[in-house]
Design a protein around this ligand. Sequence first.
Ligand SMILES: Cc1cc2nc3c(=O)[nH]c(=O)nc-3n(C[C@H](O)[C@H](O)[C@H](O)COP(=O)(O)OP(=O)(O)OC[C@H]3O[C@@H](n4cnc5c(N)ncnc54)[C@H](O)[C@@H]3O)c2cc1C
Length: 608
Amino acid sequence: MAWFLGTSALAPRFTPTEADLALKAEEQREYVKDLWIFLASVVAFLTIVRALRLVLSLVIRPRSVASLLSEKSGAEVIQAGRNGKVSLRRLPAAFASAFRIVAFRLSLPIGPGSVASVAELTFIFGYIAVMLVILLINTGDLDSWFYEDRAAHLASCQLPLVVALAGKNNIISWLTGVSHEKLNILHRAAARTCLMLLWLHAIARASNGLPEQFDFTHGWMRWGATGLTAFTLAAILSLRPIRNAFFEFFLISHIVLIGIFLIAGFLHTRHPGFGDYVWPALVVWAFDRVFRAARLAWNNRFGISKSERHRTATVELITPDTVRLTLRRCFKWQPGQHAYVILPTVSALPTEAHPFTIASIPDSLDTKGESKDRDVVFLIRAREGFTGRLRDLAANSGVCTVPAIVDGPYGCPPDLTQFTTSILIAGGSGVSYTLPLLLNLVRQTRLGKSAVQRVVFVWSVREADHVRWISQILSEALAVAQSTGLTVDPRVYITGSTPPTPPLPALGYSESDRGSVNMESPISEKDVKMALPAYSALRILHGRPSIRKVLQEEIGVSTGPVSVDVAGPSALSQSVAQALASEITSPMSVLRGAPSVSLHVETFGMTR
Ligand SMILES: Cc1cc2nc3c(=O)[nH]c(=O)nc-3n(C[C@H](O)[C@H](O)[C@H](O)COP(=O)(O)OP(=O)(O)OC[C@H]3O[C@@H](n4cnc5c(N)ncnc54)[C@H](O)[C@@H]3O)c2cc1C
């Protein structure tokens, strides 16, 4: 660290005059203001971009499938509208495609098993660069006397932002439309930068020799040391390997240590008159908690409903490692959002809440009528902790009910109704993200509110019997889609050793197919067939899907913008991102008439 403190850190300290002290105080105020102007500008820019996109999508609404169909003569084929010649009128679209490829689809490794997109890295390094510039500008010959306190001012004044970026209910997410999980990446980068600045402050102060009024006989100095120790410990315990291996421990230790840091930080900064930097962070944190508690109480009808079903969830084992959890709640969400589930009798700790994507949609597929009580369905893949205990409960007790609390909804899923083609790609339990998107498209088409003409639903599963997870609802959706102008191309890829099920004639579906698995009788091929949807276009294929081929074919024939949505193992998401960074969507292809392609990746976990 000594190199960073400049030569003056080791040299005898110069004695500042009154004018120097006044200048330093003035500069500190100015730089704090500059930093906040910069941060507010970034948030304002993202908010304006979002607002413009919203306005544009309202003004230039693509025509619905129903209106297109009513104009078309029966067998007319929609022309692709591209002749292979370069059109300069498509230059803006080509630039947009180049930007998407570079910013969001190219990624770089940032640690074992984890990658970050160029956009994320640009934000992180841009932020660090701005912080360093504001820290070191006008410090003479990098004299630590000028920046030792400025570092503390810059770090402390950002604490409300750092806390806001971590919250599930945060105003930045509402304004910018960036989901709280993505903001969490910035939370970590900002928090680590603040920690670095606070250490710089502490080391520079200590190495310059603490005068009597700053030594550790004073309580406010001891509070400073306590806060910094707690913050440092919290940062160490939040490193990815620890966070992934001991998530609950990380969460609780983080809340406790950051609580200590903020209170100690307030007591430290209050002494020189800067407590106003820190207490707003506590307010931001309290707002998130109070909002969350209020919504939790409302969603679960605490004190309002005496109905048993508003307090419980039904647990069913649908395949040996997958549980379907169904809650009946007065609860509204957007297809593709997730919620946190608390099952007090299954959890190891009362605070244990796990995120799962809501696999159902809030409204029924084919009617306008809306009921206030809705089935909130989760498809939960059993792992070792909470989900493993839930699987064991379902295996031992059969279909049963447990006390349940749901917190949410969270997440900012895309609006797919503006696109011409929607390609939904899921691996395993990732289908709980793509299924509601499909259901919603079917519903919106039926209501005449969607421009989507074709949906390709790609789902790869290890075993054929996993189709049971969604067979009933998929069957219903495909039947409803047949009565609209929407073409749905569902393909299930079975990647395990089970031989592929032969192409199926249209099969009936009976209610008895739904329900839990009898673990004593293995699922036969006949059972699997019966669980499959009544839809002749369903393709059951063996082996992994060739993502590149699927994308190339579908983008190649789409007559308008394409949306690609993917959820599942990170290898699957990465292969989709790589394919969409290739010549399929290259600026040259776009200049020649290829459609614009938007990619949305849903990550199931804190893997990045
Ligand atoms: C937005 C989102 C949506 C998700 N949707 C689904 C879904 O629809 N279906 C599904 O099966 N899974 C989903 N997951 C993953 C699911 O949350 C985890 O598998 C589950 O929390 C693991 O709990 P466990 O105690 O059994 O994990 P463990 O067996 O203890 O650990 C398995 C992994 O899960 C991580 N993990 C543990 N607890 C949490 C937590 N509270 N939050 C985030 N990660 C955690 C661990 O770090 C570890 O990497 C989703 C995750 C996120 C972030």
